[in-house]
Design a protein. Structure first.
Length: 131
């Protein structure tokens, strides 16, 4: 794609509405696609400041760590934060999303994601103590 033109368009949008979370998210996504980890992280960090209760910035930061920095366990921490912000967030189809699909062959990331998706074991029932 023509990322330079896309980025220029987003900067124009941000000039119209500097507090636009959409603009920051788009800048972060463009930076990821360009391979600019620092730029993507800066955009998603700024978005996190704007939307501290939204899972979106944490998903963006997870993408930066997983795809660009190759730090699957740092990515996992961001995914956990995203899920903590939105309890109904379904991460089971994450690798089917275009921006995440290249990680389907990354064994370390798949293992980290599997750990996150694995349900916690049910606690053993407590039986009354025999007297």
């Amino acid at each position: 794609g023509d990322w330079g033109r896309a980025e220029a368009g987003v900067h124009a949008l941000r000039r119209l509405d500097a507090a636009s979370p959409v603009g920051l998210e788009l800048l972060g996504r463009i930076a990821v696609e360009r391979g600019d980890a620092d730029g993507a992280e800066a955009a998603f960090d700024a978005l996190d400041g704007l939307q501290p209760d939204s899972p979106t910035p944490q998903l963006g930061l997870a993408l930066v760590d997983a795809r660009l920095r190759r730090e699957p366990f740092d990515a996992l921490a961001h995914l956990q934060r995203a899920r903590a912000r939105e309890a109904t967030l379904d991460l089971s189809g994450l690798l089917l999303r275009p921006e995440w699909s290249s990680l389907a062959t990354d064994a370390a990331f798949v293992q980290a994601l599997t750990t996150l998706l694995r349900p916690l074991p049910s606690p053993e029932p407590v039986s009354p103590a025999a007297e």
